[in-house]
Design a binder for this molecule. Structure first.
Ligand code: SAM
Length: 418
């Protein structure tokens, strides 16, 4: 738009001002005119001054994978937290055997939902369907002295600086009229809230944005803070021709709560198979989800009171219901409870089974961060120990079995039997 800095300014030669007459910062550091100092950004950061600190657009127009990435945040966050941005430009972070290439789906029209994604081949549970790097990452909250028009200006700049802005501009919009600008509408219709080092951001992913919501999805998404990529994982086997769906709402909500959350946060009325099913089906699902919710509260409590048998019975039933409701991967933080409790009651095989699930959660999905790496090493240690204890236990049982056989034989000899 005419409000955007012109090409000279984008290359760092001019002195751009925002349409609101705040001078874009020109100090050294992230604002330097020397392109070498902007790395890994391809444009000089475009900033507006706010009371406490400036807010800037940081863009790498070419990476990752050509479509580019723009991030709206403060220089402090860009300079510290987002140092991790070396990673998005690294293409080696994914094991090829874990991900489908080329993509195993196509984008088609889905009645009542606009566009959506259909599997073009059988997709196996546990494999990655798509790894999509964010195109736009924008802070959710701004200081009180930053005007809405100024945020709109940052957003415009962020999108138009991308290598392929049309990939983002072509996404679906609700048509919110005067309520929102085109880019605000795009964000409201398509962005996912992600956490980067504990801070909330809105993130827009050009390809992920075609996946529709389902209350009983067959896939789930995982965001990696270190690569700023969202991965879509198959949570069960998916047949060719099936729509691939994810969930936009939080786990464990009942049907009315889900409908409300989707309307309030995403602005649409859900027409997925579960939401449009007969009342008795919906009620059964709600009962299951209410039971899961109650188990989520009671299992940690029972574990604390060392009522392991009861807690384990509940945990087994909970994971059965979770599977039935298609929520398996939203409950992964609960695996640690049965892992520990089975160890306490001496069931090492089950303890190992659940510990392996915890490990899969940490390292299966993208590159774990520093905390993830430490936890992963801890888990690997526990797994080695459990495997060793199981081996020793098996050997003892075998030894015991042999001795019992010998004793039996000796007794028969004493008694004069053949
Ligand atoms: C992130 S986009 C998904 C892709 C979108 N259908 C498209 O055409 O590009 C979110 C929008 O898709 C539609 N949508 C997604 N899931 C839906 C569902 N379960 N029921 C009805 N509409 C849905 C809504 O219009 C929503 O605002």
């Amino acid at each position: 738009t005419s409000e955007l800095p012109d090409d000279d300014e984008l290359c760092g030669r001019g002195l751009p001002t925002t349409p609101f007459n705040r001078t874009v910062l020109t100090t050294i550091g992230p604002y330097s005119y020397d392109p070498a100092a902007w790395s890994p950004w391809t444009h000089r950061p475009y900033c507006l001054e706010a009371n406490e600190e400036p807010w800037c657009v940081y863009t790498n127009a070419a990476s990752p994978k050509g479509h580019g990435i723009s991030i709206i945040t403060t220089p402090e966050i860009a300079g510290t937290t987002l140092n991790i941005l070396e990673h998005p430009f690294d293409q080696k972070f994914f094991a090829p055997e874990k991900i489908y290439l080329p993509r195993p789906y196509k984008v088609v029209d889905i009645p009542g939902k606009g566009k959506g994604v259909i599997a073009t081949q059988k997709i196996e549970k546990g494999k990655a369907i798509l790894v999509d790097h964010a195109s736009l990452v924008a802070a959710v909250e701004y200081p009180a002295d930053v005007m809405r028009e100024e945020v709109q200006d940052l957003l415009e700049t962020a999108v138009h600086r991308l290598g392929e802005p049309e990939k983002v501009l072509g996404l679906s919009k609700k048509g919110r009229g005067d309520e929102a600008t085109e880019i605000e509408d795009l964000l409201l219709t398509n962005s996912f809230t992600v956490l980067i080092q504990g801070k909330e951001f809105m993130a827009l992913f050009a390809d992920l944005s075609r996946f529709n919501h389902d209350c009983k999805p067959n896939a789930f998404i995982y965001f990696s803070e270190t690569t700023l990529a969202m991965t879509v994982w198959a949570s069960r086997d998916i047949e060719p021709g099936e729509e691939i769906s994810i969930t936009y709402s939080t786990a464990g909500l009942l049907s009315k709560e889900r409908q409300q959350a989707l309307e309030n946060i995403w602005g649409f009325k859900c027409s997925c198979a579960l939401c449009t099913s007969p009342p008795e089906v919906l009620k059964k699902s709600d009962d299951n989800r209410a039971q899961i919710r109650s188990y989520q509260a009671s299992i940690p409590k029972l574990a604390q009171e060392e009522k392991f048998e009861e807690a384990l019975q509940q945990a087994e039933h909970m994971f059965q219901l979770v599977e039935e409701e298609g929520l398996t991967d939203q409950m992964s933080d609960m695996y640690e409870y049965p892992a520990r409790m089975y160890y306490h009651v001496g069931n090492l095989d089950k303890a190992l089974e659940y510990t392996l699930k915890v490990k899969r959660e940490i390292d299966g999905f993208g590159v774990p961060g520093k905390f993830g790496q430490e936890k992963l090493q801890g888990m690997e240690g526990i797994i080695r120990r459990l495997e060793m204890e199981i081996k020793i236990k098996r050997e003892r049982e075998e030894q015991f079995g042999k001795q019992a056989k010998l004793r039996g034989k000796a007794r028969r000899v004493v008694m004069g039997m053949p």
